[in-house]
Write a protein that binds this ligand. Structure first.
Ligand SMILES: C[S@@+](CC[C@H](N)C(=O)[O-])C[C@H]1O[C@@H](n2cnc3c(N)ncnc32)[C@H](O)[C@@H]1O
Length: 229
């Protein structure tokens, strides 16, 4: 029996391009509207909105258009992503290089009205520090909002990649070997299928959050909005 070969890491430029190109499909307009109506529109003047794992910054770009009075802060560990975000030229945005899962990562207490994590939560093997810190950093009435991968069946995961992989793979350095086109499904299943939506609710509940609204919008992607105080 042969071991499944490990994937070579995808390069930052390709990852950044992929996140930019896929943004509208990954976080569709109707899901963005739910988040906006529930968590952004009700905020008072000059809210402070943070995006963890902000990637190329497109969600904060959309928020800036809706709330030009907001101050925005995006955090990412990848310099290529942050360069792309800076090129958006958002007037009230600051972009920070940080590993937000590190034990010393912190945001000021009671400083944020919304903390977002889009297609980021599945990266977190141990989210306890980050959840504790986010709870402390959110102001009363503030929200944690997220979209992203949640655990689905292997069949649903396979179906998703089956639909998108032709486009993704055409010039990809992480394409599966041509003699084993299913390898991606086995190599990547655990990476993307870490938490169910129930698991995320449970984790949030344990850290003092109250889930206000959530749902699956594809078989693989969920959104969630939670209050902290
Ligand atoms: C799948 S991308 C999503 C980007 C963006 N939120 C979006 O939806 O378009 C995940 C992002 O999280 C960043 N990331 C992953 N782990 C991180 C960590 N521990 N600290 C900071 N950024 C992280 C990656 O560099 C990447 O930009």
């Amino acid at each position: 029996m042969s071991a499944t070969p490990s994937r070579p890491p995808i390069d930052s430029a390709t990852f950044c391009q992929r996140m930019t190109q896929s943004y509208e499909n990954r976080i569709p307009a109707d899901v963005r509207t739910i988040i906006t109506e529930e968590a952004i529109a009700p905020l008072g003047p000059r809210p402070h909105i943070v995006d963890l794992g902000c990637g190329p910054g497109l969600w904060l770009r959309d928020i800036a258009a809706l709330r030009p009075d907001a101050t925005l802060a995006g955090y990412d560990r990848d310099a290529t992503m942050l360069d792309a975000a800076r090129r958006l030229g958002l007037k009230h945005a600051k972009w920070h290089s940080a590993d937000v899962s590190a034990p010393d990562f912190t945001l000021r207490s009671d400083s944020c009205d919304v903390i977002a994590a889009h297609f980021f939560f599945h990266f977190l093997a141990d989210p306890r520090h980050l959840l504790t810190m986010m709870h402390d950093a959110l102001r009363p009435g503030g929200s944690f909002v997220m979209t992203g991968w949640v655990r689905s069946s292997m069949a649903d995961f396979y179906a998703f990649w089956g639909q998108t992989r032709a486009a993704i793979e055409s010039s990809s350095p992480d394409a599966p070997p041509p003699n084993d086109p299913e390898a991606f499904c086995y190599q990547r299943f655990a990476e993307f299928n870490r938490y169910t939506l129930d698991d995320i609710r449970w984790l949030l509940d344990r850290h003092g959050f109250t889930t206000r609204r959530d749902g699956m919008y594809t078989k693989n992607f969920a959104y969630l909005i939670a209050g902290a105080k």
